[in-house]
Design a protein around this ligand. Structure first.
Ligand SMILES: O=C(O)CCC(=O)C(=O)O
Length: 254
């Protein structure tokens, strides 16, 4: 099965996104999809995250990356069936497919909690210079497990910066300061926001007394290496749980 057939099988159609939504992704580089997860799904993801952070302790996140000021987990596709919605939800896949021209696979599924008083990231893009402008190679989805508010470390984005093809480091003297055009992504638990990962973005400071929890389903073009080698990490249990179409989205060799 190829990726077009897999996306069709998972319910992605030409009209899964409206023309307005596609335009918003093209022009602004991000698209809030609203509520994608039920409160039961959110609860089960939060509970599993808690459990994994305790179980993995100092090794949590190591498969991909640890970051001070945050709790991170990686390889979540292999850590519970509740995570598989990230690679099977038609609206999410339609938005990713729009940015990546239908040529996609998961790169990694991680969670990132900005800890109280911490979590500020400099503005960055997840890719360097593109050989062909507009030929985007990476696209991200943020899955909110908490409210994202103006002061709890919500993600900020700078609309339109994916088009210009310059990295924030080339243009800005201070990557941590607020950008005059930035938009902070506010939302509710269960919401998903898609953003073109060439867009300048970053986590903000969490000035509350509770962690801000979210997951990042990061996708790339099929010929690119994955942030986490999904073929190497795939467990037999996960293979049994996933449909053939989902395995294609995961980038598993037949
Ligand atoms: O969690 C966030 O708000 C943003 C995370 C991010 O951009 C990153 O880890 O590169």
């Amino acid at each position: 099965m190829n990726i077009s057939q897999a996306l069709y099988e998972l319910g992605v159609r030409e009209d899964t996104l409206t023309d307005g939504q596609k335009q918003q992704l093209d022009i602004n580089g991000f698209l809030p999809l609203g509520k994608i997860l039920t409160s039961v799904q959110v609860e089960s993801l939060r509970a599993r995250q808690c459990e994994l952070l305790v179980k993995e302790g100092d090794s949590a996140g190591l498969e991909v990356h640890q970051e001070s000021g945050t709790d991170r987990l990686s390889d979540l596709i292999n850590k519970g069936e509740m995570y598989h919605v990230v690679i099977t939800h038609p609206k999410v896949l339609a938005a990713i497919a729009h940015v990546l021209k239908g040529d996609l696979k998961l790169s990694s599924l991680n969670s990132r909690s900005a800890l109280p008083g911490l979590g500020l990231q400099g503005l960055h893009a997840d890719w360097g210079k593109l050989e062909t402008p507009g030929d985007y190679q990476v696209c991200n989805s943020v899955w909110l497990l908490d409210y994202f508010t103006i002061n709890n470390g919500a993600t900020r984005v700078v609309p339109g910066t994916h088009i210009e093809g310059r990295s924030p480091g080339e243009v800005l003297s201070d990557l941590s300061s607020p950008h005059p055009n930035e938009v902070v992504l506010l939302g509710e638990p269960g919401d998903v926001v898609i953003f073109n990962a060439h867009l300048w973005h970053g986590g903000t400071l969490n000035s509350t007394d509770r962690p801000r929890r979210a997951m990042h389903g990061y996708f790339t073009r099929r010929h690119q290496p994955q942030q986490l080698d999904q073929n190497r990490y795939l467990s037999e249990t996960t293979r049994q749980q996933l449909s053939d179409a989902a395995l294609v989205v995961l980038g598993i060799d037949e």
